[in-house]
Design a protein around this ligand. Structure first.
Ligand code: EPU
Length: 345
């Protein structure tokens, strides 16, 4: 591999406001832009950055900065979209970790390779997508995942990980657990199975089919529906700062669920294949009266209580204060502890 020319692209005392979708103020002591695998290795070999603690930033769509960052911030900007393999069973597509997730989804559809359409419009980068196993409308990243390349930040060695190595869980993976901050994802490959099978079981999609009378939508139509559904209830981070769902949907035992239903028959819940029950965190927060409320300049989005927003000039501390107040009221009323989805720095 040919190293990229010139020195590492590093900035000192760099603002991170433009690099997080919440638009929160924070300053990185050092921000290094990584355009290639060679740049990652140069960080590893660097006399100062090599041993310093590191924070890996993708599209900044799943992070809440509550203070300035002393660690060396690595902004992954590795580009590239390509078809690496095609056979009778699938298309295998590879994307650089710095590509925008939505651009990848749109590009695959333009090429005539469906499979990612339910994941349209999720903010963030390709490299961040396996970290929290992004998911929406009945499809999770792990359902379309083939493998990824990552570079170990201590040894500089490239490793290729398959799905089992990644330990994907609900909004979780090895990269949020013991590999957190230890390796940089550089490229991700996706398996888009043939023949294409639409995933239409989600209530919002069933509603679209009823409304339009189209019960056999093609992938492009599903993509358009998902974009419209998301735009109707989720704020565009380019307009209102946010990090998508702020809390995970909590999972409870059937006994806990029965107990809550006894008191709140309306509660939105989904039985899981393993016998547990997932509760809609948005419903719990909404039921506590939080929709549209604010603490300082941080608020709860008025169309979806699971999304916290920056009403303009909010600090990370205000977002966290609001999040804690929500957690306390949900715990007080339902006895359930909500767990934040984004990483709080
Ligand atoms: N609900 C309310 N009030 C609210 C919000 C939701 O009553 O203010 C109810 C809804 O009516 C619905 C239920 O709660 O019956 C679930 O809401 P929704 O279908 O909007 O999905 P969600 O559980 O809030 C999850 C993901 C989203 C993903 C959607 C669609 C999590 C934490 N969130 O949201 O992912 O787009 O399903 O699949 O799993 C994200 O992770 O950032 C994200 C946006």
């Amino acid at each position: 591999m040919t190293p990229s020319p010139g020195p590492l692209n590093a900035q000192h005392r760099a603002s991170l406001r433009e690099h997080n979708t919440f638009g929160l103020p924070a300053v990185a002591r050092t921000l290094v832009h990584l355009a290639s695998e060679a740049d990652v290795r140069r960080v590893v070999d660097h006399p100062e950055y090599g041993r310093a603690p590191k924070f890996i930033l993708g599209g900044g769509s799943n992070v809440v900065f509550t203070h300035d960052v002393d660690a060396v911030v690595l902004k992954v900007e590795i580009a590239g979209l390509s078809l690496v393999h095609e056979d009778a069973q699938a298309w295998i597509v590879e994307a650089g970790a710095g590509e925008s997730w939505h651009r990848l989804v749109a590009w695959t559809l333009d090429q005539g390779w469906p499979g990612l359409e339910n994941l349209a419009l999720i903010p963030g980068s390709v490299g961040a997508s396996p970290v929290q196993n992004i998911g929406a409308y009945g499809v999770e990243l792990k359902d379309r995942f083939e493998s990824l390349d990552a570079i170990d930040l201590v040894t500089g060695r490239k490793v290729t990980l398959g799905a089992t190595d990644c330990h994907f869980g609900y909004r979780d993976s090895v990269f949020k657990q013991h590999l957190a901050g230890k390796s940089v994802i550089t490229r991700v490959r996706f398996r888009l199975p043939k023949p294409w099978q639409p995933v239409l079981g989600y209530l919002d999609l069933e509603r679209r089919m009823q409304e339009t009378g189209n019960h056999q939508p093609d992938a492009r139509t599903v993509f358009d529906w998902i974009c419209a559904i998301r735009r109707a209830k989720l704020p565009d981070p380019a307009v209102i700062g946010n990090a998508g769902s702020f809390f995970k949907n909590p999972v409870v035992t059937p006994e806990q669920c029965r107990d809550i239903i006894g008191r709140d028959p309306e509660i939105v819940h989904y039985p899981m294949p393993d016998g547990t029950v997932k509760l809609a965190a948005g419903w719990l927060i909404d039921a506590c009266g939080w929709k549209g409320k604010s603490v300082g300049r941080a608020g709860v989005y008025d169309k979806q209580a699971l999304v916290l927003v920056n009403r303009g000039g909010a600090s990370g501390a205000e977002v966290v204060t609001l999040a804690r107040a929500i957690q306390e009221s949900v715990y007080g009323r339902f006895g359930i502890r909500l767990e934040p989805e984004p990483i709080i720095v």
